[in-house]
Design a protein around this ligand. Structure first.
Ligand SMILES: NC(=O)c1ccc[n+]([C@@H]2O[C@H](COP(=O)([O-])OP(=O)(O)OC[C@H]3O[C@@H](n4cnc5c(N)ncnc54)[C@H](OP(=O)(O)O)[C@@H]3O)[C@@H](O)[C@H]2O)c1
Length: 249
């Protein structure tokens, strides 16, 4: 039985993995064009940077719309990166995680076709039994983590406990990123600034969702490093943690 319900208790911070987000962004803050047709614009070095970051992660995660926008499989890439993983004491192939609260991700998405490593689907009770039935044959586990939206704190604690995920890399998109920031679960942000302006009022940005209404509620970042490679700028930020919610029980 691949469908499991994740217990929604408030785990202590030590039971959570280290979470990094890696994104490429235009100079006007867009992560894709308004029509979602331009999805890849980071360039060659950014692609290598992405594979380097994957080579340090136990698991790589993305949202349903990101995985459907492209032939994305979230795998570790060519042999040199897989060797690096082994040298670091990690499994040759990282675990892959799909976020799909309503279970709308297509079972024909590229991530399910490449049988590199287990694919876990994080979903909610809002996903219909028929959708889950379609995903069951292609997912190693379907994790029901909440009623309407995913309780990421509980989900990440489960991933650390059951799947030994110490380092989790999230590769967007904006809706998923915002949920992780809002839950106070992100430790580090890797941002590649690309020399383009896309415009478009509804073109997706690094963090979607409803956003904050007051500056004091904004997620604060601490710059850690910056590097310029040709016309791209690579930034790393530490994400300031806000206090974890206390256990209501
Ligand atoms: N430039 C970059 O580095 C980069 C990186 C990644 C993506 N992108 C682009 O970003 C766009 C996609 O971003 P997006 O923000 O539209 O979508 P997204 O975050 O990739 O996926 C959104 C979907 O993921 C699920 N989801 C996300 N957060 C959830 C939560 N808190 N609870 C339950 N389910 C949740 C939902 O799936 P269900 O509908 O199944 O409930 C939701 O519809 C694409 O155009 C992609 O190419 C760019």
């Amino acid at each position: 039985m691949a469908i499991k319900t994740v217990p929604l208790r408030v785990p202590p911070p030590a039971s959570l993995p280290f979470v990094s987000i890696n994104m490429a962004m235009t100079a006007d803050g867009k992560i894709a064009s308004e029509n979602h047709r331009i999805t890849s614009f980071g360039g060659d070095y950014d692609q290598r940077h992405l594979l380097e970051l994957r080579s340090e992660a136990d698991a790589v995660m993305a949202g349903a719309r990101t995985l459907e926008a492209d032939e994305i499989t979230l795998g570790p890439g060519p042999l040199p990166y897989r060797r690096q993983r082994l040298q670091r004491g990690l499994a040759e192939y990282n675990l892959r995680i799909v976020v799909s609260g309503s279970g709308s991700i297509s079972p024909r998405a590229a991530i399910f076709q490449k049988r590199l490593s287990p694919v876990l689907v994080l979903t909610t009770k809002a996903a219909s039994p028929s959708r889950l039935e379609q995903l069951e044959p292609v997912a190693a586990e379907i994790l029901v983590c909440g009623s309407k939206s995913i309780d990421f704190r509980a989900a990440l604690a489960y991933l650390k406990n059951a799947w030994k995920v110490q380092r989790l890399l999230c590769e967007g998109g904006g809706e998923l990123n915002e949920a992780l920031f809002a839950a106070g679960l992100v430790d580090e942000l890797h941002l590649t600034i690309c020399p383009f302006i896309f415009g478009g009022q509804t073109a997706p940005t690094l963090a979607g969702g409803t956003g904050v209404a007051h500056l004091q509620n904004a997620q604060s970042l601490v710059p850690k490093s910056r590097k310029r490679v040709r016309d791209r700028v690579f930034l790393v930020y530490e994400v300031k943690k806000h206090a974890a919610p206390s256990d209501p029980s």
